[in-house]
Design a protein around this ligand. Sequence first.
Ligand code: ATP
Ligand code: MG
Ligand code: MG
Ligand code: MG
Length: 437
Amino acid sequence: MRLSRYLLPLMKESPADAQIVSHKLMLRAGLVRQTAAGIYAWLPLGLKVLRNIERIVREEQDRSGAVEILMPTMQSAELWRQSGRYDAYGPEMLRITDRHDREMLFGPTNEEMVTSLFRDAARSYRDLPRTLYHIQWKFRDEVRPRFGVMRGREFLMKDAYSFDMDEAGARHSYNRMFVAYLRTFARMGLRAIPMQADTGPIGGDLSHEFIVLAPTGESDVFYHANWDASAEPAEVDFDDAAALQGVVDGYTQDYAATDEKRDEAREAAAGNALRQSRGVEVGHIFYFGTKYSASMGLAVQGTDGTRVNPHMGSYGIGVSRLVGAIIEASHDDRGIIWPDAVAPYAVGLINMRVDDAGCTAAADDLYARLQAAGIETLYDDRDERGGAKFATMDLVGVPWQIVIGPKGIEKGVVELKRRATGEKVELSADDALARVR
Ligand code: ATP
Ligand code: MG
Ligand code: MG
Ligand code: MG
């Protein structure tokens, strides 16, 4: 992409209401713009990152055996009356009346809708187990939308829902998601710790919030120091229930809990290895038994002919929140440092002198070769000072920068810089191309 044809509205200063670094940087680097309180438009650079995160989430959901669908954002109040949640949900739900005076709502979550879809589609035990997911916008009328996309009112969520014949099956489905989440966040360069979370009236131990440690996070969390050295799970067969349980047991061995689920005995056992921090909830997985299947009349024929209410779980990831969480975890005082896997462009190509025919020919040529090699490149071909171009590339956080200037042309070299480390080397354009591949 040529910067001269792009939409990249940068800001020198961030607005005063942007309190945390990710919010400031997302505005300054032209990723998003707020259009109403807690509602954001995604500009080209921000959208590319959002799509990259979405792709990783989708790949890992698919790998774990989940099946993608797409449910609408608008839902009927009728559906929510069936579960009894329409009145219980409270003011976070945006309620809308259509021209026929029918009560509608902008979905804050989809348990009711997916339960009704499955109720129509599934007949017997042969149709189970199934896990369905979608990646769709949600609306929650948060009391205090803040921190940019981290707590928006309209936000993008991946939500999955599992249906099993019994609790043992539901645990297997839960474990699939548990491991899929570990892989998902690790691929984005994040360490998300699964923390014991509140299960509400269902009880049991099957609820985990995946928390990324950050001083600006809104959750208070407590964990064993061993988590500081945790690694992502090795390759695993998602269909092997016992093997998967082994992996989950390994990851739940060391203490980690949110505020509501603190355990004095385990904290005492951790002794001076107990750590306290703030964290950002990037995902949440939850088993809730037959809560919705029973209340909404979802039943299938069991192996012995009796009717069985499927055991369900739901599993959310804050896709748009992750953009902010990744920036919180990866930035410096010059700007964003994108992990390669989610970076909007792999390479930022800087032409130092657009008025110099030699420079421009060399930069155009390298740009064409990068494109031919399928390497996503943001090409700064604007008539600007070199200093401003460096500052822009550092701010937008592209992982590799290649600089082409008149002195280098004379020597037959370009400069290659790694954004994360600041390390610079001079090499031929051929070698630079090979390095960024
Ligand atoms: P929070 O505790 O931050 O309010 P939640 O527990 O209400 O989140 P869930 O119902 O568990 O949220 O939704 C699944 C995921 O959706 C969360 O783990 C989070 O990553 C994301 N999410 C929830 N609310 C928001 C929001 N207002 N803006 C952006 N992402 C959100
Ligand atoms: Mg909430
Ligand atoms: Mg929460
Ligand atoms: Mg939650």
